[in-house]
Design a protein around this ligand. Structure first.
Ligand SMILES: [Zn+2]
Length: 137
């Protein structure tokens, strides 16, 4: 396990995304479900991306998923990322359906594989918000 850490900043929020970021601050992965067509979606929006309904509800997802694909970043000059290299940027297919872009942490980058089972883990930021990333399940 690496001690390298990305220096996550407080997320920028708006009325569509605040419940998601607040959930991350509580250690919960919050997704939206459409009350009309039942679709589960991420990223959070004001309407259903499938049927355009505004009858959306938030719910706490399992936080479980599988690595869809990933890349290992070996160089990044941005101060928040510089000391974390090499780090893993991945798409995770959530158990509930949506695909989420995230980081895989808690293992060396060489240990990450497509199809690997992962679970959500959170970094708290200020104002009660948080950032999700994933660790081996
Ligand atoms: Zn819908």
């Amino acid at each position: 396990m690496s001690e390298r850490e990305i220096e996550y900043r407080k997320p920028a929020t708006d009325w569509q995304t605040l419940a998601y970021w607040e959930g991350c601050g509580r250690g919960e992965l919050v997704l939206q479900r459409c009350g009309d067509c039942g679709a589960v979606q991420h990223r959070p929006r004001g309407i259903c991306a499938g049927c355009l309904s505004s009858a959306l509800e938030h719910f706490v997802a399992s936080g479980l998923g599988q690595v869809h694909t990933f890349t290992v970043t070996h160089q990044n000059g941005q101060p928040a990322f510089r000391n974390a290299c090499p780090y893993v940027l991945a798409y995770v297919d959530l158990e509930e359906g949506p695909r989420l872009m995230t980081n895989i942490v808690g293992c060396e980058p060489d240990a990450v594989e497509i199809g690997m089972a992962v679970r959500a883990d959170f970094v708290a930021t200020d104002k009660g918000l948080g950032i999700p990333r994933f660790v081996p399940a």
